[in-house]
Design a protein around this ligand. Structure first.
Ligand code: F6P
Length: 328
């Protein structure tokens, strides 16, 4: 095994609150092990363009509480092509980078996996950073807790108007392929329903549920909708429900959108990011490569990239059943 002296870290894909805390932990633990640390700007894009900069301990001071990523991020199309990956490799060699830490989600680890097949001499360890919480091999991803807290705060505010006006609100949260944000926000926000990609649902069932609530003098309701649900856009759903129900004074739609991706990370996300960032450096020094560092039952857990991206995380069916019962 080649001795690791210089490592580089980058963030890729959608930003997530807590990424900065992970960068800080990586830099500080790497320096503690007498490694040189470099930051690559804008993920794989910066790797292709050679945007590589030395990081010292002061570069990561005063960032633990900041959302977004100080390294910036991108969804790189060029890295999908062999020519892009070749340029990226040449830049890493030019900068004498021995190993990489990749912070991101599914797309980031798909890219890392492909890169390692072609250039196995540069070990890569991944850290799950995405608000979606959709990666196999970790109970939580960095950013999820903060995103849920932001969404719950929004739902609490919407509740005031919903209650005052006897309205039905559909609130869309992020998650193209994953209902974790919607489910947790629905439970914590006391929602009257939740629609997620992992579960088949239809308008009739939803209408039945809302009518049942109205019969019990529930004159307002909030339904959480994951953007990737199976019934269409939140606007389509609201329109179809409006045709079948007349128990509410009005029906409104709120899309929380990118508001839920920004902001100062929660204490949970800062601790998680610190543990995973610290653990990623340990993993590289132990000779690990091609794995994502996650957390399972409060213990560090390593999952090969191939599994992290291809296997589905077991969705909390019991949690979902509970959410439906408590919503009634
Ligand atoms: O993967 C994180 C995520 O926030 C998803 O929940 C969402 O569907 C997507 O990114 C939005 O990406 P973008 O900011 O590139 O539009």
């Amino acid at each position: 095994m080649k001795e690791i002296k210089r490592i580089a870290v980058f963030t890729s894909g959608g930003d997530a609150p807590g990424m900065n805390a992970a960068i800080r932990a990586i830099v500080r633990n790497a320096l503690n092990n007498d490694l040189h640390v470099y930051g690559i700007a804008r993920g794989y894009e910066g790797m292709i363009d050679g945007s590589v900069k030395r990081l010292e301990t002061s570069d990561v001071s005063n960032i633990i509480h900041r959302g977004g990523t100080v390294l910036k991020t991108a969804r790189s199309k060029r890295f999908l092509e062999p020519e892009g990956r070749k340029l990226a490799y040449e830049n890493l060699i030019y900068n004498d980078i021995d190993a990489l830490v990749a912070i991101g989600g599914n797309g980031t680890f798909t890219g890392a996996s492909k890169f390692m097949e072609e250039y196995p001499d540069i070990p890569i360890v991944g850290i799950p950073g995405t608000i979606d919480n959709d990666l196999y091999g970790t109970d939580f991803t960095i950013g999820f807790d903060t995103a849920v807290n932001t969404a719950v705060q929004a739902v609490d505010k919407i509740r005031d108007t919903a209650d005052s006006h006897n309205r039905l609100f559909f609130v869309e949260v992020m998650g193209r392929h994953s209902g974790y944000i919607a489910l947790h926000t629905a439970i914590a926000g006391g929602a009257g329903g939740v629609l997620i990609p992992e579960e088949e649902s239809n308008i009739e069932e939803l209408v039945k549920l809302l009518k049942r609530g109205a019969k019990r003098s529930k004159l307002f309701s909030i339904v959480l909708v994951a953007e990737g649900n199976q019934m269409g856009t939140v606007y389509d759903i609201a329109r179809q429900v409006e045709e079948k129900i007349d128990v509410f004074d009005d029906i409104k739609v709120t899309v929380i959108g990118h508001l839920q991706r920004g902001g100062s990370p929660s204490a949970f996300d800062r601790v998680l990011a610190s543990i995973l960032g610290f653990g990623a450096v340990e993993a590289l020094l132990q000779g690990k490569s091609g794995v994502m560092v996650g957390i399972k039952n409060n213990n560090i857990h390593y999952t090969p990239f191939k599994e992290a991206i291809s296997k589905s995380k077991t969705f909390g069916k019991d949690l979902l059943r509970m959410a439906h019962i408590l919503a009634q």
